[in-house]
Design a protein around this ligand. Structure first.
Ligand code: NIG
Ligand code: FE
Length: 412
């Protein structure tokens, strides 16, 4: 048995009852905290925690003195696109000069630009680049990552991406979940024939992805200028036949029915929501679909921030993810998103932490065993550098405050 004892923790945050699977509305700000705490993990599972007066005297294989440090659940990043080739700082310049995301895409840049580069890259090169990015994310506190395809746009290249994700699953200490996003943009071979491309996704790509068992979720970029709610419905219906649960891109560029089609097909989450309106919020409140907001995309692309404050006030369980991708959010730093959520979305530090941890885990169907501090959950934890309080971490934006990351009870 491998035992890890962390003691003298200044603040242990993110404590919830073992059977709590997500935090909604005002619960998001009320996860318990203990000042002056210990935590014990055995074989990667939290077996106890409490105030220092009750700290067990037993032997542990590793004892960490966390004096002056905050310990919180590792981040669960439920939306990323980190398998890609090259980078797109040329488009960064175009956007600085005034072009919009849609204008860049309409010119054949954007996702198609990344698809061209991915086509030329070898599987090994793609793996190396993604492995390096994933480790950067782990170093900043993420222990669970969702990764999408969507820069292949042909059956062969989508499978190439998903094989890279499968290798990341095997070689990283973090948990990795794979999502098939064939309908991210219309592949070049189908230019001007969007409906045929949707048929191709349903008839060729999805069966191949399902046959190889390389994805658990299906995603569609359902938005103005990309795929319509009707096309999204066709793809989600087809994905359901192969047991792929929807998690979709919706309402980034317009309130265009993405939220409703996601809800109708039982999406685990609808993601982006920069343009979500009152009706979208009301429909989400009457559903089991988790609204996932991506403040890094708003920040980098100069879009409005999703109305996360309104969603929480309406009782919703908001999740926050990085959307790390080369076009609209080239960072996977969840600590920076914590600051953005507080500063730009007016979430409290505690609400934002719930969105980045337990609700992110719930947006992957994984919150039964991670995303919070409870007896029986995985010991996926972050230990901060010395800080005066939990709120100091998002407050001191840009300062690197993660000292150690523990995944499955082991320092990585
Ligand atoms: O989530 N919005 C759609 N897809 C990505 C951006 C992809 C890209 O520009 O490469 C996103 O923001
Ligand atoms: Fe995305």
């Amino acid at each position: 048995m491998n035992r890890l004892l962390i003691k003298n923790i200044r603040t242990l945050a993110g404590i919830v009852p073992a059977d709590t699977l997500l935090l909604r509305g005002e619960q998001m700000g009320s996860a318990e905290q203990i000042d002056g705490a210990w935590l014990l993990a055995e074989d990667g599972v939290i077996v106890g925690f409490g105030p220092m007066e009750t700290c067990p005297a037993e032997e542990a294989d590793k004892v960490v003195d966390a004096s002056g440090r905050v310990v919180f659940p590792a981040f669960c990043d439920s939306h990323s696109h980190i398998v890609y080739a090259g980078s797109r700082e040329g488009e960064f310049r175009d956007k600085i000069a005034g072009m919009t995301y849609q204008e860049v895409a309409a010119r054949g840049g954007g996702i198609l630009n990344s698809a061209d580069r991915l086509h030329e890259a070898s599987e090994e090169e793609l793996f190396e680049a993604a492995y390096h990015r994933a480790w950067r994310m782990i170093r900043t506190g993420a222990a669970t990552l969702e990764i999408k395809s969507g820069y292949g746009l042909t059956t062969e290249d989508e499978l190439k991406m998903l094989r890279v994700v499968a290798r990341l699953q095997r070689e990283l200490p973090a948990t990795v979940k794979a999502t098939f996003l064939g309908a991210h943009a219309v592949g070049r071979a189908f230019a001007g024939r969007q409906s045929d491309y949707v048929d191709h996704v349903c008839e060729q790509m999805l069966p191949a992805v399902a046959e190889q068992g390389v994805a658990e979720f299906v995603d569609v970029f359902c938005d103005s200028g990309f795929f319509t709610p009707e096309e999204t419905a066709r793809i989600l219906e087809c994905g359901a036949r192969y047991g792929l649960r929807p998690k979709i891109h919706a309402n980034e560029l317009a309130s265009s029915g993405g939220v409703q089609v996601g809800i109708r097909y039982g999406a685990l989450s609808v993601d982006h929501l920069e343009e979500a309106n009152e009706q979208d919020v009301a429909d989400l409140a009457a559903s089991a679909t988790i609204p996932t907001v991506l403040p890094g995309a708003s920040f980098f692309s100069n879009l409005p921030f999703a109305p996360a404050r309104k969603m929480i006030d309406a009782g919703l369980p908001v999740a926050i993810a990085s959307d790390c991708n080369p076009g609209s959010s080239p960072s996977g730093n969840m600590v920076f998103l914590w600051s953005l959520a507080c500063i730009k979305m007016r979430l409290t530090p505690e609400e934002a932490l719930s969105a980045l941890t337990i609700n992110g885990a719930a947006a992957l169907g994984l919150s039964a065993d991670r995303g919070a501090i409870s007896v029986g959950r995985r010991a996926d934890l972050v230990i901060s550098k010395p800080v005066p309080s939990l709120a100091y971490i998002p407050y001191s934006f840009g300062e690197e405050l993660v000292e150690s990351v523990i995944i499955n009870g082991k320092m990585v």
